[in-house]
Design a protein around this ligand. Structure first.
Ligand code: GLU
Length: 450
């Protein structure tokens, strides 16, 4: 095989779409896997819809994912070249200028360029789908330029692929029907046919084509939600490609080593947000605590933050979720809660008033005896026997559900967190430290006395 050259040719007419990212990734992987190169081409000929800010978003987004290319151009910079090639085809009698009444205004005359269609049956071999055949007769002498100065999309694509020496066209399945037209233009220009690989559609959870209605389709929304580029790349690679092993997690380098177009499936690839979340959680957990904190950019006390990272790694599937936890169920680690007396009593058995207060009082001394930096397991080893003793001393068997260990552990957890949902009290104490825990328990006792 001659040196592989692939292309990333997005149309900058909208935000950076998931489908654009997946196609770009597969072009990147295939080229890098085969020691080839990649051309980035901005297909910006639709002047009304193309916007520089969309082009910039796509470029920034691809770079964020770690996808690079070796050369770059825009179709709007290539008018002279398109004209030159159109003139050549007209000169050779392979295309002709057709003067016709304008479609919009029949009183005007337009000078379209039409390809002389030999009307053959075109068969091309798709690497993923095998042979695909089209009868091109019905295309007639189709238009390839609005005027000799204004090439249409299919002509520009073929001219660009030819001049860039593109060997492999890897693109979405929705472009299959464009291929026969493009092949006829290639044949008129006398250029070699690239290999084709049409990637399966990305389907949403209802098996419809992924669209805005299916949820976020802009890559940048995922970045803003706190997904890692490593996770997105890993997840996108599995949208259509199957490694043929049980391996689920791949870095970009591992993908580059493993990728092949032969292992891409024909059938639609299902977008599954839960799967994406679990892949993201995997990559979040691989970060060092320091890198995790840097990406989280927290405003909280750093020392406590360091102790909180393991909890976040355990629970959060995106940095967005981690931030929500810090301002929600984990906020008690950084801000002293306001307690509600009724809540402190919730688990107290009806017939033993004062149990919550007594229980908390019994914890003051053991808390004082703990040293700074104590782990959750060490705290548990001290407190669990007290909870067991409270249970044993306490209730008739039938009431165990109302009391038990919870008779001690509930008021303790609530005294520390002020929340119905929070990490367990041992973890809270290990992060808050013995002194702060002692003071929160003491305040709770004060509330119960009051
Ligand atoms: N600009 C087209 C798109 O964004 C790609 C065309 C092609 O790959 O040939 O869908």
């Amino acid at each position: 095989m001659s040196q592989v050259i692939t292309r990333i040719p997005p149309s900058p007419t909208g935000r950076f779409h998931i489908g654009t990212a997946r196609t770009a990734l597969f072009n990147y992987l295939f080229a890098r896997r085969n020691g080839g190169s990649i051309v980035f081409r901005s297909e910006d000929t639709d002047r009304a819809r193309s916007k520089p800010e969309f082009e910039q978003e796509i470029i920034d987004g691809l770079h964020w994912l770690g996808i690079t290319w070796d050369s770059f151009y825009r179709q709007t910079e290539r008018h002279d070249r398109y004209r030159e090639l159109l003139e050549k085809l007209v000169g050779e009698g392979k295309a002709y200028i057709s003067s016709e009444p304008g479609k919009d205004d029949p009183n005007t005359t337009v000078h379209l360029v039409r390809l002389k269609n030999p009307g053959t049956v075109v068969t091309f071999t798709d690497i993923i789908r095998g042979d695909i055949t089209f009868d091109t007769t019905e295309l007639g002498d189709f238009v390839i330029a609005r005027s000799i100065d204004d090439a249409l999309y299919h002509f520009a694509v073929v001219a660009d692929d030819m001049d860039s020496g593109v060997t492999h066209v890897i693109r979405g399945e929705d472009h299959i029907s464009n291929t026969p037209r493009q092949i006829l233009i290639q044949e008129a220009l006398g250029t070699t046919r690239p290999a084709y690989a049409h990637l399966p559609l990305i389907l949403d959870e209802k098996r419809a084509k992924l669209s805005k209605r299916s949820g976020a389709t802009s890559m940048m929304d995922y970045r803003d939600e706190g997904f890692l580029p490593e996770a997105i790349v890993n997840y996108l690679s599995l949208l259509g490609w199957n490694p043929g092993t049980d391996q689920e997690y791949f870095s970009l380098a591992e993908l580059t080593a493993a990728f092949s177009l032969e292992d891409v499936q024909k059938g639609g690839a299902m977008w599954n947000r839960d799967k994406l979340l679990s892949v993201n959680q995997h990559w979040m957990r691989t970060l060092s605590d320091e890198d995790f904190i840097t990406l989280l950019a927290p405003s909280q006390d750093m020392e406590k933050m360091r102790k909180t990272v393991p909890l976040l790694k355990d629970r959060a599937r995106t940095f967005g979720e981690a931030r929500q936890m810090l301002s929600g169920e984990l906020s008690c680690l950084f801000t002293e809660p306001v307690l509600d007396r009724e809540q402190l009593l919730v688990k107290e058995p009806e017939d033993r008033s004062g149990a919550a207060k007594n229980g908390l009082e019994g914890l003051l001394e053991p808390l004082q005896a703990l040293s700074e930096g104590v782990s959750a397991e060490e705290v548990k080893a001290v407190i669990m026997p007290l909870a067991d003793a409270a249970e044993a001393a306490g209730l008739p068997a039938g009431q165990a559900g109302k009391g038990g260990r919870g008779a001690l552990l509930w008021p303790l957890r609530y005294a520390l967190s002020g929340q119905e949902r929070s990490p367990d009290p041992f973890t809270l104490i290990s992060i808050l430290g013995p002194a702060e825990s002692f003071s929160r328990v003491q305040k709770a006792i004060g509330i119960l006395e009051g």
